[in-house]
Design a binder for this molecule. Structure first.
Ligand code: FMN
Length: 180
């Protein structure tokens, strides 16, 4: 099955994760480039669920049977550029897996800004095209005693050397779920 990994990343975490995922899945890697890149506007579009699209030809991923969309969670939603990508370039992708490197952790996943809150919105958007939805909490790169608090969540950064221990286990689990 032809797989494409498309990612949007503002501060690098989801780029690092997407690059690793694409290598593990033997998939094409594509960066999602929003037509309006201003961060403030991206947040507004995310909150309202409407906004301009992304660069690139619509339907370019039409031959893609399985799309893995990698993007951050913002304000309890998946960042706008990922949604814009689905409406244009990936409008006919048959199966869409979502993977988010995010600030929320497993304990807070069902809270207002937790990743499950974002995933439930994405399940509604995707309908029958929804595949697996997986989270990589960014705090997993930190020692267990330094993971609490908003500062830890917002400043934790994934790098090539992060993929050991719990982060590596989580990645293996995400890959297995996508390939199942
Ligand atoms: C404006 C803003 C809002 C955010 N809101 C959330 C949120 O609601 N839930 C969450 O889990 N993480 C939230 N985060 C944290 C990001 O999802 C997290 O830092 C992610 O790893 C950033 O990915 P990136 O480096 O690829 O941009 C937010 C980050 C920013 C900048």
């Amino acid at each position: 099955m032809k797989t494409r990994v498309a990612y949007y990343s503002h501060s690098g975490n989801n780029r690092t994760l997407a690059t690793k995922l694409a290598a593990k899945l033997g998939a094409e890697l594509e960066e999602i480039r929003p037509a309006c890149g201003a961060f403030f506007f991206q947040l507004l579009f995310t909150a309202f669920g409407h906004g301009p699209g992304v660069y690139g030809k619509d339907g370019a991923g039409d031959g893609t049977e399985s799309l893995v969309l990698v993007a951050p969670v913002w304000m309890g939603s998946v960042a706008w550029p990922a949604r814009a990508y689905l409406r244009s370039r990936a409008r006919r992708a048959r199966l869409v897996h979502v993977v988010c490197c995010c600030g929320s952790n497993d304990a807070g996943k069902d809270e207002q800004f937790g990743y499950e809150t974002a995933f439930s919105k994405f399940r509604t958007i995707l309908g029958t095209r929804a595949g697996t939805l997986s989270a990589m909490p960014s705090v997993l790169v930190l020692p267990a005693d330094k993971r609490s608090g908003e500062d830890a969540a917002m400043s934790a950064r994934l790098s090539e050397s992060s993929f050991t221990g719990e982060v590596a286990d989580r990645l293996a689990d995400i890959v297995a779920r996508i390939q199942a």
